[in-house]
Design a protein around this ligand. Structure first.
Ligand SMILES: *Cc1c(COP(=O)(O)O)cnc(C)c1O
Length: 425
């Protein structure tokens, strides 16, 4: 199956679900074990089957199979949010005392997770000082267990050369984890470029309609945990599962099986089957939505670039972007729908601009069908000091725009009117 066919059919057989055309929601907490021997085999991970929805559920399983196929992995795991997915992706292969090397440009929630909660757990995240593969390599030590980056990071929209970075990770026998939330597998499949694990906030483009929180981890199956020698939890007996050795028992799927058997079991960050159902419904139109998102975003970015009241525009699809070449390599079909831009006139103009818009919704989400404007300086980042704001790139002119699926001419007209009003204050 090609990508667009997978969006609609991968991982689902109506025959196995009362001939339902739509993926059914299975609102059940537990599953009948049947005979004692089957119950025992389920708990020994000897047979496949559902036990309890915290561990797996048929609706969630279909979403997982579909995402694994779309990203080109051997397996996936769904979560209650993107944050839960990132947490699990890393905790699955780290212990107290271990280190992670991460890009310094990451989603704010991920930065908090890394610099506060992981720190409390004794997992030290070192942020690379630049964006070149060497900047990451410089931070790697004997204790490093993975490299973590975002593609088209939120909100800086930078592109790190995944192919080169994967080579650095593999040279040091550690996996590369890529948060692919903003491109979605429609624009880029990091596994094809050497990434080992892919993370998603499905809350954004995957579900796409702003109605379901969710996250996912996809395992490429390509990382050789045994050869690496740095991950005894995958290659030596797990006492909490009667001495099972994940790499022996599950081969290429060792990482993702362990994540379910240990992290989901113990941390409980499973999604509701209802949210998985919404995510599966939304996912069906991913290609069509992404095409429109990209087309409109490029048109708006080009329009903003020539506007006299706009001092700068950050969109990797613009020829003026320093990431243009890398975007042509990694996201040739388009650069998703987030645009950063600077509005002249400081905070006063910024406030007037936001208050004057009528189509974009003023909030902090992205990847919705509806356009969304965020003014981090006066809202999401307001509690930071001025120095901290500048370090995160949150200047008093910075607007983040998530371009929705409305008629692009309506959006431009609305922006134009609000920009004009903002310049009169
Ligand atoms: C939103 C987001 C997350 C966190 O996802 P939630 O579903 O909000 O928990 C992680 N990474 C990126 C790039 C995001 O945009």
């Amino acid at each position: 199956m090609k990508f667009d066919t997978k969006l609609l059919h991968a991982g689902y057989e109506p025959k196995e679900h009362q001939m339902c055309i739509n993926v059914p929601i299975y609102p059940t907490t537990a599953f009948d074990f049947g005979e004692v021997q089957r119950g025992a085999d389920l708990f020994d991970l000897k047979v496949e089957g559902d036990i309890y929805t915290r561990l797996s559920n048929p609706t969630n399983n279909i979403l997982e199979k579909r995402l694994a196929e779309l990203e080109g992995g051997v397996g996936a795991l769904s979560f209650s949010s993107g944050q839960a997915a990132t947490t699990a992706a890393i905790l699955n292969i780290t212990n107290t005392g271990d280190e992670v090397v991460a890009a310094s440009t990451l989603y704010g929630g991920t930065c908090n997770l890394f610099s506060s909660t992981f720190k409390k757990l004794g997992i030290n995240v070192k942020f690379a000082k630049g964006e070149e593969p060497e900047d990451f390599e410089r931070e790697i030590t004997e204790k490093t267990r993975c490299i973590f980056i975002e593609l088209l990071s939120n909100p800086a929209l930078n592109i790190i050369d995944i192919e080169k970075l994967a080579k650095v990770a593999h040279k040091h026998n550690i996996p590369l984890i890529v948060d692919n939330t903003i491109p979605s597998p429609y624009l880029c499949k990091p596994i094809e470029w050497g990434a080992d694990i892919v993370v998603h906030s499905t809350t954004k483009y995957i579900s796409g309609h702003g109605n379901a929180m969710g996250g996912a981890v996809i395992d490429s199956g390509n990382f050789n945990w045994e050869a690496s020698g740095k991950f005894p939890e995958l290659t030596t007996p797990d006492e909490s599962y009667h001495g099972i050795i994940y790499t022996k028992e599950f081969g290429k799927a060792a990482y993702i099986v362990k994540a379910r058997a240990q992290i989901l079991r113990d941390m409980g960050s499973c999604p509701s089957p209802f949210n998985s159902y919404l995510t599966i419904s939304g996912l069906e139109t991913l290609s069509l939505r992404m095409q429109r998102h990209c087309e409109s975003a490029l048109k708006i970015a080009q329009w903003l670039e020539q506007h006299p009241a706009i001092s700068w525009v950050n969109y990797p699809g613009l020829k003026s972007s320093k990431y243009y070449e890398l975007a042509q390599k990694y996201t040739p079909k388009g650069c998703s729908s987030i645009i950063g831009f600077g509005l002249k006139g400081g905070a006063k103009a910024g406030e007037k601009f936001i208050n004057s818009l009528s189509i974009p919704i003023h909030t902090t989400n992205i990847g919705d069908t509806r356009s969304i404007i965020t003014y981090p300086y006066l809202t999401t980042h307001r509690q930071l000091s001025d120095e901290q704001k500048i370090a995160c790139g949150v200047t008093d002119d910075f607007m983040r725009f998530s371009v929705g699926l409305e008629d692009v001419d309506d959006i431009i007209e609305d922006l134009d009117r609000a920009i004009k009003l903002s310049q009169c204050v």
